[in-house]
Design a binder for this molecule. Structure first.
Ligand SMILES: Cc1cc2nc3c(=O)[nH]c(=O)nc-3n(C[C@H](O)[C@H](O)[C@H](O)COP(=O)(O)O)c2cc1C
Length: 351
């Protein structure tokens, strides 16, 4: 396949593994890159040493291009970005913040920058800042999708910018890929679908849940982790949405989060307390969500755990290997274009 994204990254298929915290490990990243897509490593929950080791591990497992995702909202993001830049990661994907300060540094070693956005305003800003491509995340997505669905957001942002758009949120098969390309995207990124593959580190019970759950079994709320966020319906998710005394709870819960982020606890709690009310509540909710999210992904607790999950979970029916999934999607995308051509045939003859 040939699109602006395959050309930009030097990959075979315009299929990208989203950088999912706790999921997009070196093994999963390398599997996607080896199968012809682009694996994006998650670094949100790693400290700087762990990030360096993870990048080295990816390079041991694949010689193909790969990327790394960094949510800029998390504590210590600048130091983590420095490590990714020192390691000359081929594609740096930032989300949840403004990445103007890292663009030139990544370009100086020949790397590419991809900004994840959910609005036109942020898409235009990222383009002005020099990003090479955008991941545009629709409402259907797991975690932090925008208010607008992919069907509308993808073509409207693709029309508004001059850099290639990668559609994310709601993609799980080849007809979705073909649809995204028809909507003027140059590729797709998938989270929920890749989470349920043989190489994904997510607990087996969560893979099972993702098969059993329907398109109606997710919740979208800004009370899960402080930002508008989508997760699987569960008692644990409901508890977070309804929880009170947010900041008080965060002072206790931030200890685990600080440890995982490789950030001093006192600095994190001070950051929460003095961030101003709105940001403090967001950071506090993030700290409170940390443990339930871990409980879902690592312990498979579908009761008290909180699994970030997209609506497309209702279309996930199996646990294939990454290469089987990608090959299947490529076949399905070709079939979809044939089906479309047949349906449009009479019109095409008349034109
Ligand atoms: C468990 C999980 C963790 C995620 N962590 C991150 C993250 O650290 N950074 C980020 O930019 N997006 C993160 N996301 C969102 C994905 O990058 C992506 O936008 C989303 O999964 C796409 O929608 P889909 O699930 O419908 O494919 C996460 C998603 C999941 C399911």
């Amino acid at each position: 396949m040939k699109t602006k994204i395959t050309e930009l990254f030097g990959i075979q298929y315009p299929i990208i593994l989203s950088g999912m915290t706790g999921v997009s490990t070196p093994e999963l990243v390398a599997s996607v890159s080896n199968a012809g897509g682009l694996g994006i490593l998650a670094t949100g929950n790693l400290n700087t040493d762990e990030i360096r080791n993870a990048v080295k591990k990816v390079r041991q497992l694949t010689s193909k291009p790969f990327g790394a995702n960094l949510p800029l909202l998390i504590p210590g993001a600048r130091k983590k970005a420095e490590v990714l830049i020192q390691e000359k990661v081929p594609v740096l994907n930032y989300s949840l913040g403004k990445g103007d300060w890292l663009v030139q540094k990544v370009h100086s070693y020949g790397g590419k920058v991809v900004a994840t956005v959910v609005t036109h305003k942020h898409a235009k800003a990222a383009e002005r800042d020099g990003a090479d491509a955008l991941i545009v995340t629709g409402h259907e997505a797991a975690a932090h999708g925008g208010a607008v669905t992919s069907l509308v957001l993808t073509p409207s942002i693709a029309r508004a910018v001059n850099i290639p758009v990668i559609a994310a949120g709601g993609f799980a098969d080849g007809s979705g890929l073909a649809a995204a390309l028809a909507l003027k995207a140059e590729g797709i990124a998938m989270g929920t679908r890749f989470m349920n593959t043989l190489e994904s580190p997510v607990h087996e019970n969560m893979k099972k849940q993702s098969i059993e759950r329907s398109v109606h079994d997710t919740v979208y709320s800004d009370r899960i982790d402080g930002l508008p966020c989508r997760a699987m319906k569960s008692p644990g998710t409901e508890k977070l949405v309804k929880s009170r005394f947010i900041i008080f709870r965060a002072l206790i819960n931030s200890r685990d989060a600080a440890k995982a982020y490789g950030f001093p606890w006192l600095k994190l709690t001070a950051g929460i307390l003095f961030a101003g009310y709105r940001k403090a509540i967001t950071l506090a909710r993030m700290a409170n969500a940390f443990k339930p999210i871990q409980m879902a992904m690592s312990d498979g607790d579908s009761d008290q755990g909180v699994l970030l999950l997209g609506q497309v979970t209702g279309m996930v029916e199996d646990t294939p290997s990454v290469s089987d999934l990608i090959n299947r999607m490529v076949r399905e995308a070709c079939d979809a274009t044939k089906i479309l051509a047949d349906k449009l045939a009479s019109e095409m003859i008349q034109q």
